[in-house]
Design a protein around this ligand. Structure first.
Ligand SMILES: Cc1cc2nc3c(=O)[nH]c(=O)nc-3n(C[C@H](O)[C@H](O)[C@H](O)COP(=O)(O)OP(=O)(O)OC[C@H]3O[C@@H](n4cnc5c(N)ncnc54)[C@H](O)[C@@H]3O)c2cc1C
Ligand SMILES: Cc1cc2nc3c(=O)[nH]c(=O)nc-3n(C[C@H](O)[C@H](O)[C@H](O)COP(=O)(O)O)c2cc1C
Ligand code: SF4
Length: 655
């Protein structure tokens, strides 16, 4: 029996028998196609990895012209039934049960235009017109048709969200729903459309087919209803006698405070939604599924034991490691490739309209290919640099049977990820390095520390191929896309880069300017780190706010809220000159110049030139040489680690 007996005991959702309490929460892995090997393989890997229950995310219940084609399964479209069937069959093969999530994104089924309709005109990025009563009835019917399609495809159930940024939340929310007909007003009226959807589905499907509802039980972040309203909604759902599970989240308890129902970031603790779930559980007998940033079986098991939920939902832990459930069950915790909660490879990609992946797991979408193919001809591969790009490349190259030697000039592996992990709140990042090292040790890969790769030292090893993964280092000139000529005075000895401050133990004075022109989390992170060491920090940026590149995630607000009280914040400001004693700055809008006096040190968080000299030196040597990670293309903002790891994988597969 598993050490985590609660988590790995069976449970019933309606008539469905689920083998354990791990519920793979719906997550739209856009970019894998519809019913393709990539999409099916994604689900199969996670079913094989041990999830008891799974949900196929965001299947549309009406045509949604605003959604890019091919992003989500069209549950309304009978032509998509075979795609659902392929996924369902793959999940069933490994003993998992699987439901379709039907989602209405407020698209208007009557028009082919990318326009929306809403229960009542809502305050969002736009304000679509209010629905007629006939349109509400049409929408109810659309959910029933979608559920029937799911059943025809062999799915075990149908889940739909009624809050948390989904369209139906504009019915349930007293904040959004201002209708005066039978679908607006009292709680019963606001829930009427939802109850009618449940009834319509139940009339169509067999009694064995389960119905689940995702309820955001605390919408208070935006000033809307809190947990009492959420609990009352759940009681109404239970009273129908037709609902088989409630999946509970609580947007109001998350720190990001965006309009949308985002997963919580690394800044949140395990079990983000469990307080709301516990409140719901006290009021209903239905199985309650909940979680949020669940990372460890000990926590999950205890949450179930404490009666805070009956099943735990996990999205990102199984994105990062498809085997997460089985590794938890077997207590093989050191084997888990942990989610670092950065939200970049997954959620942020989709915000930018890009294919979704995972920062730490470069194998997303390739699961269907199985284990990596052995190389046709094993070679001796030297990898220069043991950052994430070099380490991932070493892993895949060794898995393919190549003899791998990694040269690292510093006294530790990890490259800039080690630096990331030193910043406040980012210690989880170190797991990237820990996990890769564990794999390399198992494969017997030789890693030589304190060994600089030069054209001569590499040639002396007589390798068949070299991967240059030497990374990038922050500019010493202060040049950035906003200030191409650099910062006057950057050459002074009291001006430092992040590497010098964090890794090379530069001696800093008491009063420090941190100049950030990367719009990312690094500048604020370093400012907070220095403030925590008792330094007086002035944070200067040409941007109007902090960490603008993570605005889509709402993380900019959390970071600003955390860092601004600890520093003096000068937005929309450029450094004109650093002198031995002070820093002259100018407001980029008014042109007004001021002097920050008695500044002991300045830290430049600006551009990051690739460390590419080794690559160029080796090019004419006759050795097969390739360049990867930041050394190939340095990124100082989002997706940097993600790209470095993917690059390492790609390069090693091409050897
Ligand atoms: C403070 C900070 C926070 C960050 N936060 C994030 C984040 O939140 N998300 C994100 O995606 N990215 C972030 N990044 C960026 C990310 O860490 C890098 O983009 C990523 O580490 C690049 O990986 P890499 O393997 O290409 O290079 P690096 O990580 O730079 O590794 C290169 C390695 O090569 C070694 N090396 C260099 N020259 C030689 C040589 N000649 N011989 C042998 N070894 C050599 C170096 O010592 C180093 O260990 C952050 C960076 C910093 C500094
Ligand atoms: C990339 C991504 C896509 C998601 N898409 C959906 C979705 O389509 N429907 C949904 O209800 N939740 C979606 N979610 C939210 C998850 O179901 C889950 O509630 C959230 O990620 C918190 O769980 P976690 O901390 O275990 O990741 C998504 C999450 C991620 C990371
Ligand atoms: S991209 Fe980041 S947050 Fe998303 S699953 Fe991967 S590690 Fe976790």
């Amino acid at each position: 029996m598993s050490k985590y007996a609660n988590m790995f005991s069976p449970i019933k959702l309606g008539r469905l028998e689920i083998k354990n309490r791990v519920f793979m929460s719906p997550h739209g892995m856009v970019g894998l196609g519809i019913g393709t090997d990539k999409q099916v393989g994604y689900f199969e890997a996670r079913a094989k990895g041990g999830a008891g229950m799974m949900v196929i995310a965001s299947c549309q219940v009406v045509p949604a012209p605003l959604v890019p084609p091919g992003w989500f399964i069209e549950a309304y479209n009978p032509e998509h039934i075979p795609a659902i069937r392929r996924i369902v069959d793959a999940a069933h093969k490994h003993g998992a049960k699987i439901a379709v999530q039907g989602v209405w994104m407020m698209a208007d089924p009557a028009t082919a235009q990318p326009s929306g309709i809403a229960p009542h005109t809502v305050l969002s990025d736009s304000q679509p017109r209010s629905m007629t009563t006939a349109e509400v009835e049409e929408l109810i019917e659309a959910h029933a048709v979608a559920a029937l399609h799911a059943q025809e495809a062999g799915a075990d159930g149908f889940e739909f969200p009624i809050s948390g940024g989904a369209g139906l939340g504009s019915f349930t929310s007293e904040f959004y729903n201002q209708r005066t007909d039978k679908y607006g007003g009292s709680l019963e009226n606001r829930m009427r459309a939802i109850v009618e959807i449940v009834e319509a589905i139940r009339r169509r499907v067999s009694p064995d087919f389960a119905i689940g509802i995702a309820v955001n039980a605390d919408e208070s972040t935006l000033g809307a209803a809190g947990i009492d309203d959420g609990v009352a909604q759940c009681k109404i759902l239970e009273a129908t006698g037709m609902v088989d599970w409630l999946r509970i989240t609580a947007r109001g308890q998350k720190p990001q405070m965006t309009q949308y129902h985002y997963p919580s970031s690394y800044l949140e603790q395990e079990g983000t939604h469990l307080d709301a779930a516990a409140a719901v559980k006290k009021a209903v007998k239905l199985p309650v599924v909940s979680g949020g940033r669940i990372m460890t079986p000990a926590f999950a098991d205890q949450a179930i034991a404490d009666g805070r939920c009956d099943m735990v939902f996990v999205a990102r832990s199984v994105i990062a490691d498809p085997e997460w459930p089985n590794k938890c069950r077997d207590d093989r915790l050191t084997e888990i490739r942990a989610c670092i909660g950065d939200l970049e490879g997954c959620f942020l990609r989709s915000c930018f309209g890009q294919a979704v992946g995972c920062t730490v797991n470069p194998d997303i979408g390739y699961e269907y290919l199985g284990d990596v193919e052995p190389a046709a001809q094993p070679r001796h591969v030297v990898i220069a640099g043991a950052g994430p790009a070099g380490l991932q490349a070493a892993l895949v190259a060794a898995q393919r049977g190549h003899k791998v030697t990694v040269l690292e000039k510093s006294d530790q592996i990890g490259g800039h990820v080690t630096l990331q992990a030193m910043l406040p709140g980012l210690s989880d990042r170190a797991d990237i390095v820990r996990w890769l090292k564990l794999q390399l040790d198992k494969l017997g890969v030789e890693v030589r520390l304190n060994t600089e790769a030069t054209a001569q030292s590499v040639a002396a090893l007589a390798p068949d191929a070299v991967l240059v993964a030497t990374g990038a280092r922050y500019s010493k000139t202060g040049a950035s896309k906003n200030q191409l000529t650099g910062v006057k005075g950057a050459q002074w000895e009291h001006v430092f880069t992040p590497e010098e401050v964090m890794l090379e133990h530069a001696r800093l004075g008491k009063r420090i300017v941190v100049y950030d022109n990367t719009s990312y989390e690094v500048g604020p992170g370093i400012a907070e780190y220095l403030a925590s060491k008792g330094k007086e920090v002035v944070f200067v940026t040409m941007d109007a706010a902090m960490a603008m590149s993570v605005t889509e995630l709402g993380l900019n607000k959390v970071i600003a809220k955390r860092v601004i009280p600890k520093v003096t914040f000068l937005p929309s400001t450029e450094i004109r000159e650093i002198t031995p004693a002070d820093v002259r700055v100018r407001n980029v809008f008014t042109g007004e110049e001021t002097v920050l006096d008695a500044i002991d040190s300045t830290v430049l968080v600006t551009s990051k030139p690739p460390q590419e000299a080794l690559y160029h030196a080796l090019l004419g040597s006759g050795i097969d040489v390739r360049i990867i990670g930041d050394a190939r293309e340095a990124r100082w903002s989002v997706f940097a680690t993600d790209e470095a790891i993917k690059d390492g994988r790609r390069a090693a597969l091409a050897l």
